[in-house]
Design a protein around this ligand. Sequence first.
Ligand SMILES: Nc1ncnc2c1ncn2[C@@H]1O[C@H](COP(=O)(O)OP(=O)(O)OP(=O)(O)O)[C@@H](O)[C@H]1O
Length: 932
Amino acid sequence: MLKTSRLYIQLFNKSFKVYPKSIFSQMTDSNLDSVPKAQITVLNYDTDFDSFTDSSTTETVITPSRKKPKLEKKVSPFKLFLENDLKSYSYNEISMKLKSLLNELSEHHTDKKHVFEQLKNILDTNEDLNEPIPAGKSQYFAHTQASSVTEPVPAAKVLSIASAAKITEQDSNGFKSPVNVRPTKRELDCLFSSSPVISNVIDIPNTNDVSSSPIITNHPEVPVESGNAEPLNNTQSSPLKQKKPVITEQRRQYGTLHMATQVPDRASPTPKPEDSEKHVKAITLSKEQEIVIQLAEMGENIFYTGSAGTGKSLLLRELIKKLRDKHPEGTVGVTASTGLAAYNIGGMTINSFAGIGLGVGTPANIAAKIKRLATKKELWKDLRVLIIDEVSMIDGELLDKLDVISQIVRENKKPFGGVQVILCGDFYQLPPVSKTGRMKFAFESEFWKNHIKTQVLLQKVFRQQGDKQFLQMLQEVRDGKVSPSTVKKFKALERPLSSLGGLIPTKLFPTRVEVDRSNHQMISKLEGDGITFTATDTGKLADTPQGQKILESFLAPKSITLKIGAQVMMIKNIDSTLVNGSLGNVVGFLDKTTYETVQSIDSDIKKRLDTDSSIFSRLVTPTVDLEDTIFDFLAESKALLKDSIKNEPDSIEAINDSDTSFFEYEKDKDEVDEEIRFGSSKDAVLKSIESKEQLLRALRENGDRKVLLPLVCFRLSNGATRTVAVEEEEFSVEDEHQHVIVKRLQIPLMLAWALSIHKSQGQTLKYACVDLRKIFENGQAYVALSRAEHRRGLQVLNFDPKKITTNPKVIEFYKNLKNAETSINNYGNENKKSYNSDVPTQIRDIHEHTATPERFEKFRKPQKAKKQNSGGMDIMKMLNQTRKQNSQSDKENEPPQETATKKVESAQFDLSADIMGSDDDSPSFQKLFENK
Ligand SMILES: Nc1ncnc2c1ncn2[C@@H]1O[C@H](COP(=O)(O)OP(=O)(O)OP(=O)(O)O)[C@@H](O)[C@H]1O
């Protein structure tokens, strides 16, 4: 009986082959004796009738050959192979995945579209989405791209079906202007594994008609295979010599797996560093998304919204890139209302970015505090654009407060102190948290009413594209009116989801108590006692009831017990990539000294350690075995060498032939003739090995096993991984005089198998269980349910239509929103009333006191290029007007920026002189004339 937790589909232009990983991995192994002969069901394509016939024929998929396995060439032109065992219990799933694949293929192979359609029809039979997903099967597949040749596609072309689904998603949108985007917002499905995640490395084949296919790499969604062969780093086992054959085998496997786009099953497998560089996904922005970018680039304040999954965050990431290219470094502030939402766009919470703490106190007090902090003051002064994502959770009062704070700190009385504000979010989702019960939506704020004139409603939903009926169901939840038939469909989703290959669904709960309970249940299921980290609390109020209350509200718990495999979330901004909201798995516990030693070794190794946590895992206590560690390090070293000299075939051969002596290197260094074996890479070899020796020696000497740190493999927002030992951090609250009133020292981690619905806002989940029993907030059910992409991966507990509510103010507000096209057509008119809207972006820079000569230089160039028109006088008029406005606003400002104003004046003069000789017909200037 084949044990299967993962399936692979190999796709040729004329056939699919689906088989479990256990077979697939052996296909590329040179020893095929042990390969089970797969029993396959064949669907024959009959060219004469242009149709498929089901055949009960069984065939052998693999033909062993001396060197490399070869897939048997079949005479029949089109075949679908479904492995018998799989067909018996996971047809639905296979068919869903294959259909995505087929959609993609249809796009690329239009001549064969009818064939793929036929295949889809076949797959359509028997599909019942409400059927429970049976236990023991996986939603994960791998497949190859279509090949235009009849030869089997090499293993290197395998990629995960999860990736394929994304390609399909993108292809089927059919929008223009592809842009390269780093992998999109974190998808939590694979993180919620009881075993550490493994990453897929994908190599898209260079087939002729799919050459423009987007490349997706490093999808760590693939679950770790359970029950695999001995792990590479079995630190409990045998002496060096005994291990040699195992390692050799594993190295071969490693090579194979690398080819086959997998990382071997190790304690904490992660992509190789060079692979993580390739994580690029091509996404095509939709027309409405592009319009938002255009509008934002015009320099006006803007709010854009849309249902869950309309790509607001994806668009925001693209917009951030554009704005950062356009503006000087450090002048585009990227923020969101919550830590996780901020993490999704690589930013910070608005509170921590702005330096306003909890935002308590008058704007004047907060501004005074900011002004005392040189870095924050500088940040505010330099700011040109402020982006706030998930704005539905920002209280209107806070937005107004920020407006005033910005004016005070920047000493500029214009709205928001002259900063362009870009707001994004969906008010049908969660509202601001209100402790007083007097919550005000951001759109009810004075700032919004007076200064947010461009408002765009995105209409195309991407997230649930694969399940249109679900999309319809969600729309009803959004509106707060769920029909009886939809209620029935939601009730049907109560069926359990199985644990897939060690994966468990992400659980979403309305309350923190439920989240904590669920997480504790999960950790208790992991083996071992775990290590408990207890916080140290200090501060003048720490022992008072008031202080205790504050401490209880901290995300950092008083005590947290972690075990290897635990799912954790970072709750503090550590640096630019490791931020509040980063998710990861504990892969071990490491003493501080060892960690520091590892950190101090040369950069090449360090880089590797950052991305390959398996190296760390060999050092972690309590099972650290130095001899084995040495051995594994050397094995690793060799892999490293192979990489470094892969362009020298002779050397590779030499290394391949050198197993024995290489592995004995540690023992008998002098006997090794690196010169002969490694040629020009000798230095690299020595350096690498010396570093390892150095490290091991240091470990022996300095290891302090008493103070352990959790070693966590985090998945970054760009899809790469980063492994760090997490040290304790300070969490504190200060009074208005900046005196610490309570302080907690604790590791900045919390368990994260279950998430609160509040924290899930902004996420996409492939595999989730939503419990709605305790929902208490408008939009809460909508947020939770709309995280899922498809009903197939969603379990819904306690669905009660009476609890699905929407705030009437939101409904009212949305009535007036316009789609992108209308918004851009209305652009000039809408913005006449708003701040600076009668002055084009570039001109506006002139009367900003932050304007620099470089900025003017940038500005002047395009004007010079356009010489042939009239309108110079109009420009002069406008400049005079601008000057007037400027001096008036300078008078209003406290205190006026005297020198800056002078600089601006002279720059204006240069500019006007320049324009006098030229005339301009650029759109922004035209608009200016129109608007006058
Ligand atoms: N132009 C596009 N082409 C293909 N896929 C897209 C596009 N825009 C967004 N997506 C995909 O749609 C999904 C949802 O996107 P995103 O999370 O940005 O939506 P959102 O509007 O921010 O959702 P929410 O309001 O729930 O946070 C993601 O998987 C994203 O990759």
